[in-house]
Design a protein around this ligand. Structure first.
Ligand code: BGC
Length: 248
């Protein structure tokens, strides 16, 4: 079966039909730039362009980089325009897409759902935590393969700071940190999350998962196994489509 997935990020809105048997894109994805400011209306226009590019007329799953209640309502917007807060994103996107059935979920939750089925978390029981390091830090917590949605562990307080301000990959760029220096911050963060949840496995996602050889060896003193995500750039699109399959 094929279902359409869209990943809404700070820099791009990316989407493609997904082959749900393979857990991979069925066609090359289409990307448009996220408008700035990334208001609901502007983002909805971008989503429409991406979906129309394929002439898609079935269910659509979308990720959003904030808390999304009940597959619909955005409750937080740490790194996008604040006018998203309390927006019914499902109604907005469905309306803009001519009434197509739509579901919306948190971006890290979507990436996690895909990794648990097709990637680094396949067949893993116990507590598994996927963390995405990008503009912010996203989290997806699984217990025996079941997602606890909207966990927002990127906003834990670390040394008096919002953790994502210290340890996201944007923080690495903003403060021009070496891989080793950044990894020290990530290690402190992982130790804190481990103290709270004692997971069996951490999956490290986001753009940095492609560069795991640059920093994974700096992380020590963590009891849990630490592995890079496997689906990389497409995890959000695949996870969003998996969720929307429930609408088909
Ligand atoms: C948001 C999360 C999101 C993460 C990654 C955080 O700032 O609060 O909801 O998953 O960034 O985009």
């Amino acid at each position: 079966m094929q279902i359409f997935g869209v990943d809404i990020g700070g820099s791009g809105i990316k989407g493609a039909p997904v082959d749900l048997d393979k857990g991979d894109l069925a066609q090359e994805r289409c990307k448009v730039l996220t408008p700035h400011p990334a208001t609901p209306d502007g983002v909805a226009d971008g989503v429409k362009q991406v979906v129309d590019h394929f002439g898609w007329t079935g269910p659509v799953g979308l990720t959003f980089p904030g808390v999304v209640a009940g597959g619909a309502t955005v409750l937080t917007a740490a790194n996008v325009d604040k006018s998203w807060i309390d927006t019914d994103a499902r109604a907005l996107f469905s309306g803009r897409l001519g009434g197509l059935p739509v579901v919306v979920l948190n971006d890290a939750d979507a990436a996690g759902v895909a990794e648990m089925e097709f990637g680094a978390g396949r067949d893993r029981k116990g507590t598994v935590i996927l963390l995405t390091f990008g503009t912010g830090i996203g989290s997806a917590v699984f217990v025996d393969g079941v997602l606890v949605p909207n966990t927002e562990l990127g906003h834990l307080e670390l040394g008096g700071h919002d953790a994502e301000k210290r340890a996201s990959s944007k923080a690495k760029e903003d403060h021009e940190l070496s891989w080793e220096h950044w990894a020290q911050r990530v290690q402190k963060y992982l130790a804190h999350v481990e103290m709270l949840f004692s997971p069996e496995l951490f999956i490290i996602g986001g753009g940095v998962s492609r560069k795991a050889d640059k920093f994974l060896h700096f992380l020590d003193g963590i009891r849990a196994e630490i592995v890079p995500a496997q689906l990389q750039n497409n995890a959000g699109i695949v996870g969003a489509a998996m969720r929307a399959a429930q609408l088909a």
